[in-house]
Design a protein around this ligand. Structure first.
Ligand SMILES: C[S@@+](CC[C@H](N)C(=O)[O-])C[C@H]1O[C@@H](n2cnc3c(N)ncnc32)[C@H](O)[C@@H]1O
Ligand SMILES: [Zn+2]
Length: 394
């Protein structure tokens, strides 16, 4: 396999050179490597660092001689090892880098040597599900091709404190490939204007239920989505009671395809109005999905500090995303301004002025990291439309 050395963060990584003339898909090379995921990996370094800072303090309250290398991390689907090698090199925690592909395994070993990592970093050549069933790790990272669904049970079992999950199957998650999504996530999405947030909440709902099987609770610390992937960081807490409390955040989203009315309905066995209370049209239902928080504000601040102090190629972009995550309202499902404007037959204003107008009318309102022309608010659709119309006439 032909390789070249790249540098991400402060880590050197040997990555495969794709066959002549092929740059995409990244799976065309014998070992997978996607340069487009640098942003995701930079955020990963900062988010994992922020969590490790917290974890070391928690563990020290139980045993005062805890050091950073006592924290264990597994990159269960490593490919070149780039994600986990960066964690080992840039954070100094103990890391296992696993891949069942032989070429990957050999490249991981070379990458460990290239960075002169201590023996607390090891390569592993197993089926990820076997490894995760055998061993517990403080932090489990799943970064698969497509869906993480086949690995969530074993990851939920293995993760003691933090579970980090990427999903690149955005079409099934968002409802564009409906049946595939139903099979993988045991949930029904709606493919409407807020489908990206739908995807994050379907994924989180699945993770919450997988953790609950193992009597573990989930606290989402950070979740971000682009057109190509969803990435989430969830804190794990042991205990049946905590798990029961987590499941109280599960529910359904009732949505009117005509007027834009939407309503979260909490619970797993629920009564949902069939008719839209605003216009009488039959509503669509998505779920079961996660209706709780996607981010923890304090954690986002800690991630921002970690991003700020590092030299990263994507630093500015990463900080922009995390700031938007931190500042977006916790209310499920954003509104797309253009969809509402089209229905009203008016032109869109700037998102900033719309948010100010909603606030002036006493509502909470924020931007959202999901989409630059969209917003979140606790105002209902009828009031949003009134405010948008009055802004035009005023
Ligand atoms: C998308 S790639 C990982 C990318 C990598 N995390 C990165 O940041 O570049 C997925 C990897 O999972 C490996 N894989 C797939 N199924 C596996 C399994 N059941 N056990 C172990 N490795 C597996 C594949 O060989 C492939 O290298
Ligand atoms: Zn309606």
């Amino acid at each position: 396999m032909n390789t070249r050395t790249i540098i991400e963060g402060t880590t050197k990584v040997l990555v495969p050179i794709p066959p002549e003339g092929v740059s995409f898909p990244p799976s065309a090379a014998p070992v997978f490597y996607n340069p487009e995921m640098e942003l995701n990996r930079d955020i990963n370094v900062a988010a994992t660092a922020a969590f490790v800072n917290r974890l070391v303090l928690i563990l020290r309250s139980q045993r005062d001689d805890i050091v950073t290398t006592d924290v264990t991390y597994v990159d269960a689907l490593s490919a070149s090892g780039i994600r986990g090698i960066r964690i080992a090199n840039e954070l100094g925690i103990s890391a296992v880098l696993n891949d069942w592909n032989e070429d990957s395994y050999n490249l991981i070993i070379k990458n460990i040597e290239l960075n002169e990592l201590p023996e607390t970093t090891t390569a592993s050549h197993k089926n990820a599900n076997v490894l995760l069933h055998e061993k517990r790790f403080n932090i489990v990272d799943l970064d698969p091709f497509g869906t993480p669904a086949p690995f969530l049970d074993s990851a939920a079992r293995s993760a003691v404190h933090l579970l980090e999950v990427t999903a690149t199957d955005t079409a099934p998650l968002c409802g564009a490939h409906l049946n595939s999504g139903i099979r993988k996530y045991a949930a029904v999405p709606l493919n409407n204007e807020y489908h990206s947030e739908m995807g994050v909440r379907i994924l989180l709902g699945k993770i919450a239920r997988e953790l609950a099987k193992h009597e573990k609770a989930m606290i989402p610390l950070l979740s971000h989505a682009t057109r190509h992937y969803v990435r989430t960081y969830v804190q794990v807490k042991k205990g049946a009671k905590h798990a029961d409390k987590t499941l109280k955040n599960m529910g359904f989203m009732s949505n009117c395809p005509d007027c834009g009315f939407r309503k979260p309905v909490f619970g797993l066995a629920v009564h949902i109005d069939k008719e839209c209370p605003v216009c009488g049209t039959t509503t669509g239902i998505a779920g079961p999905l996660w209706l709780g928080q996607l981010h923890e504000v304090k954690f986002c601040d800690e991630v921002l500090l970690e991003l700020e102090k590092r030299s990263l190629n994507t630093q500015k972009k990463a900080m922009g995303i995390i700031t938007l995550c931190r500042d977006e309202l916790k209310i499920p499902m954003f509104y797309d301004q253009h969809v509402i404007c089209k229905r009203l037959g008016i032109s869109a204003s700037t998102i900033g002025s719309l948010i100010s107008a909603l606030k002036e009318h006493g509502y909470e309102a924020s931007r959202t990291h999901f989409d630059g022309i969209s917003f979140k608010t606790n105002a209902g659709i009828t009031d949003i439309e009134k405010i948008m119309l009055s802004e035009r006439s005023g």
